[in-house]
Design a binder for this molecule. Sequence first.
Ligand SMILES: [Zn+2]
Ligand SMILES: [Zn+2]
Length: 241
Amino acid sequence: MKLSRKIKGYISDWFLPNRCPVCDKLITWDKFVCADCEKELCEISDTLCPVCAKKPCADHSKLRFDCAVALYPFRNKAKEAVYALKYHDGVNIGELCAQGLANVLRKRGLVQQIDIITCVPMSRDRLKKRKRNHSAVIAKALADELDKPFDAKLLVHLPGDVLQHRLKAGERAENASKVFKAGAQHRDIKGLTVLICDDVYTTGATLNSCSALLRTMGAERIIAACAATTLRDEVENKDEA
Ligand SMILES: [Zn+2]
Ligand SMILES: [Zn+2]
């Protein structure tokens, strides 16, 4: 844990006790969630395909990123945790995911390759409603953890928001291909390895669309990092893309 977070956590605990963002139990200042919730999150990163981060594999020929990592199966406690991050200001969850993803990237020997970290962008309208882009929360914490540059504005989301999870699987790719564009005066990423963060990875339409765009902007390699992934036996079309 970074020293700045330790100091901030220690001081703020005096004024506002730290609570588990998933179940609201009081926890010590140095924890992100309570021990029970953490146990129930069931990290599965080691059991996923190292290319597509699914189990069983997705169609690799359709992937526009080079490889993906994901931490939790998108169900039960992990689903509650993602919702806490999205809708209830669960910044702790973002930091927990960032720490977990950093460990997976270290184990996989991918950290040295990463030149820059970015996130799936959110439309301005949705940002107003949710107050923050939760994918950016994970990405920023991951960049801090790995000491890598972070740029939330490599890509932008065009106005006119259609929520991906309200679309059928087949409609998501088409929608995703229309809603993102390169950020105005984005930095030069020619020849770089870009890591892009998202919260939930379902069909991969969003990550594929963002990756294809990063590729046209010059990125050499793209790594996708997600807090949670849906598995084949689960009903898709629930949340995100
Ligand atoms: Zn808890
Ligand atoms: Zn695979």
